[in-house]
Design a protein around this ligand. Structure first.
Ligand SMILES: [Fe+2]
Ligand SMILES: [Fe+2]
Length: 357
């Protein structure tokens, strides 16, 4: 059987690297991934993982006739500040919002390590149909571990956390980092365990699906953030290392693709099956996945269109060393992008995640 059509892999196979000729070294730190004979960047742990995900996706489509679940593109608001606003702030000497944003990205990438701690209940205990040779069956056999290593680094090797810190320090000439940024992220993250949507599933199963749905939403929203960061950091007018940092962000962006793909595959595999409640009753799994996705999108939306703009404006006002901060805000606002959520999420506008449970 060719490796593309295989459906079962060991953890070591999922974690295997494409052979590279040269490692990626950033600021003297050896990072994951590397360059092949043609000088092309190859993401870490993708030799078997990428063809495996593709094979599972094909199998899912062929056996269920269902499309893969996804976070609809129209639910993703533009990043605030947008690229023009971010560049305007940097040109005006207001660097703290950018420093803070890049530091937050690095910290959140580091949180990715937590996915390896996520307990996965025995699949047979809550899924009625067979799950052999699926992404689901490989969550604890390589997929979560590969994801954790990509985000937080592994052993002596830097991952996304270190790569974003390097991008920030190179583009903004090693800025000072306020120790309060970490605390502020923790406050905004809200409760770790929201009320159960499906108490009949039990905490273990709900936690697994909720966690995967939340990480998928974070990954998909982050894709637009990373595109934004590449656009800002590659501008020689505002970045001290436009080529190096743009390159680095491009590498990170390409590493992210398998994360989105394996998560939506595993969630699609659940959605196409029957979930069993704690007392063995069948439940339409697509409804469970849909409702969890809906809640997750609402949470991400609230953060991006309400909490984040509020935080950015506060940071600008507090740190801008300009004569007329009102004039600065006026120019900043004039560059803004207006955006309307799809009608089914219209109620999210003007709700803060701190006040909405
Ligand atoms: Fe990442
Ligand atoms: Fe990721």
């Amino acid at each position: 059987m060719s490796k593309e059509s295989r459906l079962k892999f060991s953890a070591d196979e999922i974690l295997a690297n494409v052979p590279v000729k040269e490692p990626l070294i950033v600021n003297g730190v050896k990072c994951h991934g590397g360059f092949d004979d043609d000088g092309r960047y190859r993401s870490p742990r993708t030799l078997m993982r990428v063809p495996a995900i593709k094979a599972w996706q094909e199998q899912h489509r062929a056996t269920s006739g269902m499309a893969l679940v996804e976070i609809p593109a129209d639910t993703i608001p533009p990043y605030m500040p947008n690229a023009a606003q971010a560049k305007f702030l940097l040109r005006s000497g207001v660097r703290e919002p950018m420093v803070r944003t890049l530091t937050e990205i690095a910290i959140v990438e580091g949180f990715g390590a937590m996915i390896r701690e996520l307990p996965v209940p025995p699949l047979k205990s809550f899924i009625r149909e067979n799950t052999e040779g699926t992404a689901l069956a490989h969550l604890t056999t390589g997929l979560f571990e590969a994801h954790a290593r990509d985000e937080a680094g592994w052993s002596e090797e830097g991952g996304h956390r270190q790569m974003w810190e390097a991008a920030r320090d190179a583009a903004l000439s090693k800025p000072e980092i306020s120790s309060e940024i970490f605390a502020s992220i923790m406050t905004r993250r809200g409760p770790a365990n929201p009320p159960a949507l499906f108490p009949e599933l039990g905490e273990g199963v709900e936690r697994l699906i909720r966690f995967m749905v939340n990480v998928l939403a974070i990954e998909v929203f982050a894709a637009s953030t990373f595109a934004w960061a590449e656009e800002v950091l590659s501008d020689p007018e505002v970045s001290d290392a436009p080529d190096d940092t743009a390159r680095l962000v491009r590498f990170i962006r390409s590493d992210e693709a398998p994360h989105v793909e394996y998560l939506r595959t595993a969630l699609s595999e659940i959605a196409a099956r029957t979930i069993l409640t704690l007392d063995g009753k069948p439940l339409a799994a697509n409804v469970v996945v849909d409702q969890m996705m809906d809640r997750s999108i609402r949470m991400m939306l609230r953060t991006r269109i309400n909490d984040r703009p509020m935080m950015i404006r506060e940071v600008i006002r507090r740190t801008a060393k300009v004569n007329d901060v009102e004039e600065l805000m006026r120019q900043f606002d004039a560059l803004g992008t207006s955006w309307t959520p799809p009608s089914r999420f219209a109620d999210v506008a003007n709700q803060s995640s701190a006040t909405v449970g």
